[in-house]
Ligand binder design. Sequence first.
Ligand SMILES: [Mn+2]
Length: 549
Amino acid sequence: MKQFMKKEITYVIGHKNPDTDSICSAIGLAELKIAEGSKNVVAARAGDLNPQTTFILDYFKVQPPRFLPDVHAKAKDIMSVDIVKVSHDTPLRKVMELMRQEEIRFIPVLDEGGRPKGVLTLMDLAKRYIETESSQEITTSFKNIIETLGATSILDFYNQSEITVSMLIGAMAEESFLSIICGKNPKECSLIVGDRADIQKKAIEKGIGLLIVSGGFSPDAALIDEAKKNSVSILVSPYDTATTALLLRLSTPACKLCDGQFEKASPEDLADDLKHRLANVSGLTVLDENGVMQGVITKSNLLQPSGTNLILVDHNELSQAIDGADKANIVEVVDHHRIGDFRTSTPIPFICEPVGSTSTLVSEFYKRRNVPIKKEIAGLLLGGVMSDTVILKSPTTTERDKDIVKWLEEQSGLDHKKFGSEIFAATSSLKKRGAEAAVNSDYKVFEAKGKKFGVGQVETIGFDEFFEVKASLMEELDKAMKKKGVVLSALLITDIVVETSLLLAIGEKEVLFNLNYPKVAENVYELKNVLSRKKQVVPHLINVFNEIY
Ligand SMILES: [Mn+2]
């Protein structure tokens, strides 16, 4: 079976529930790949932008990455688009030639609008020529006969109309011929005969529909005159009678074998669902909403990779990745989290380093490889570093983050402290954000001793607003607790100016009692100088769970 090249696309994409680092590092890395000559690399996102990221993209007037609901392979991703197809009036001889030349077993037959009338398989063609019953009856056109036989037209009374005739071979005696033609309407008969003037004459006298003279012999002028009077069409075939008879059958237009019964798929159908539909057919035609064919899928399409490649940024655990990533072709990872459950079938670049942000790593690539960086990309990456490291104050911050920030300041013309404060000030209002978003936009679930706990995180400036919205935050934490089945549901509220946090926590009494943080109000605990959920809060909570369960 012939193989066709599909257009490959590579998405650079961060985790679900994308944060600023996920979005900015994806845009930055996609730009870098393109600058280095990669084709069809597109920055993507697996979810909605949070207000902070929206603020940064607006700041630099950069479009958000392309939203992908999932990367499950669809029919449109795996179909062959460079398809051998024929128009409905193509003679079967041409169809068979194409199948042989192109080494295909399946060929769609299309109408003028590109909509399939059916598909033909080698089996269909073979069946047609095993059937002897109807094989004397031929439906075709004058044009198709001339094309298939390489015949010369002497007289044509059909005027492009469809021809349906019984095929007779003039290899018998005159009387026998007359007896055969007797029971038929002569206009619905065609006769193939060599240079036998007697039979030719009788056929013309009877007013036969079509006379095909084989062997390249031209009938004589007197007979042609007679034929004109009786509206007998005449063709001269260069082939002998037997070959002419065979080819005449093969002049039938492809659509005559189409019964309209064929397997169709829509471009959005999931590739996984197409497997069993292909069990009993040679192929599926993929049709758009207007019924126009977009491609075909055969079993070999299912065996090939989908053509969708992923470069994961800011995560490496499939549980956090876009839906369908487990079956996609992951070609690279750039991350700064713990290494999870990641497996690939071939070696790939896997960069996972303990720095403050993925944007740090992407910026280092530009610097190290001497790739010129656009001002706005440097700005976005600076935003990514500022967001993840809370303006270089989080304990996750490393010397490498500080160094690259200096370089990004030069490239973007921005001051990191000023820009970082703007980012957080613009989106730190808990009231503006609303309790639902404050709790859920960055709510992560963890597990210890078989018990689950959930911790969200928001950055603010000052805690005044927090106490005003505390009650509605607790309601949201309660909803999250029920939805996620956790025994502790908490929100870490971090004041990025004072560099300290409060933890608003609800849940099982025993856990709350053993939290080991100073309680400053009902359900509110003070976490002095704590900025990092990942490095400070979660390890502490895991210890608490290990002690009490
Ligand atoms: Mn990150």
